[in-house]
Design a protein around this ligand. Sequence first.
Ligand SMILES: O=C(O)CCC(=O)C(=O)O
Ligand SMILES: [Fe+2]
Length: 321
Amino acid sequence: MNSLPIIDISPLYGDEAGAWQTVAEQIDLACRQWGFFYIKGHPISPARIAEVLGSAQRFFALPVEEKLKIDITQTRHHRGYGAVATEQLDPTKPSDLKETFDMGLHLPADHPEVLAEKPLRGPNRHPDLMGWENLMEQHYRDMQALAQTLLRAMTLALGIERDFFDTRFNEPVSVLRLIHYPPRDTASSAEQQGAGAHTDYGCITLLYQDAAGGLQVRNVDGQWIDAPPLDGTFVVNLGDMMARWSNDRYLSTPHRVISPLGVDRYSMPFFAEPHPDTLIQCLPGCQDDAHPPKYPTTTCAEFLLSRFADTYAYRRESLAV
Ligand SMILES: O=C(O)CCC(=O)C(=O)O
Ligand SMILES: [Fe+2]
């Protein structure tokens, strides 16, 4: 149990009979044993990744006053720029040494849910950089499609209809996040982490990380193991909502980022989450007399908002959620 499984998902995009079943079994095993795995053979091109990464580097290199024009703490719906130390993923450690850009599904001001001031709903707030908006909106759609392909494969092992997740991921609250971890210097406290130990909140996360390294995952024995960058892959992990949905058949595993010494690190997680009103209740195939449902029913929005309030001081202090 010292290295994460690597799953080739290209058969999900071909027409070979039985291929879905084989990939679905590998994903199911990885979700039960680790809650973490790498995927290769996905349809996001290296050129696209390079373009998004280059744009992220251009954005984070802007002066902080420029970035703060889209300050995330000034929004009700969690979009835009989060300066260093806005988030504290591990409450026992200093705030995270990272800056972020968050975008979601763009809903215009006259969308009924925006007019009703539903939390997490609203327009994106993009920086004024040439080509940025089209690129990021397209990348968001492509990452959402990839996440839903993986979720569709999971339905085979979970014993639910093939379109179970598709019907719930209509107008999702998924988030595409770009992260810059400034270099750690030797003088900085050993306590200071890029991202403190945490589990993800939602369903499924697809993470691109650049070549710098620093991501660590806690294995079942409680040891931190490295999840090094592997060319052409995404690291996939499950969050707490999926653990609840599956009655802990699938693991939501703690992970953290130790910023590398003297080099910048960039990463781009895509957090796939369903429609905010989706009921998160134990799936029928994940309960029986010996395994009754462990968690009360909640909704996607209610659950996410309670977790945001744990890690973002500004959401506790100034924003009614
Ligand atoms: O940047 C990374 O490699 C991981 C980030 C992460 O775990 C998160 O944002 O939830
Ligand atoms: Fe995470």
